[in-house]
Ligand binder design. Sequence first.
Ligand code: PGA
Length: 254
Amino acid sequence: MSKKIIIGNWKMNPLTLKEAEKLFNNVAKNVSGIKKTEIVICPPFLYLERLKKISKKINLGAQDAFWGDAGAYTGEISAEMLYNIGARYVISGHSERRALGESNTDVNKKVRASLSVGLRPVLCVGESARDENHGYFNFIKTQLEECLAGISKNSISKITIAYEPIWAISSTPNRQDATSDDSREMAIFIRKILSDKFGPEASQMRIIYGGSVNEKDAEEFLKNGGVDGLLAGRASLDAKKFVEIVKTCEILSK
Ligand code: PGA
């Protein structure tokens, strides 16, 4: 199994390159001793090239990649362009993009295009609410099956699955806290779906948790949430908090 992974999703922040450099530098200078944890930061596209020059330790990821190779797709950015500029990861199917209309079919095309150029997809799945009849399990199953359709066993070790219950994400109105039990239960379920679909190779895929992760609950999710890492949004905009999450992961990996 690969190293544990901590991913920061900056979303549409910060507003200037100067602030982006400052935030990135403040993380970079405090993670030089980290060896057992993979660190990924996903800034807005237009900061990637500059941030790439600052640190070799931190991998860069994009927050989306379009499925077309090149051509008449106004406003889109292809997976290959992102790879060429230095990104090595890409978030696929984030709930905030799904809310803007992205379907499982779109996400599947994006995951496949990303894999074909060597970008490692971080495929986000997550239900908007939990119902008493546990229908959310089927919802996650469908998301996984449709988003991973047609992907070969050879490439699945490159994919990380991020379980992000929408009801726990910091920007969701009236959000609720998810617990490490919620995470562990779903991680076990996801692992089962993946192994049914891909066989033993599925054990190579990382499953991580995201949804208001912070420097205080990171330890609990990493210890008892059944996951191989975390995806932090809001907490990744605070270098100190993000570094603390990375360090917590490092200590637990020893
Ligand atoms: P959050 O975001 O940590 O701010 O809840 C996580 C995400 O949406 O990826």
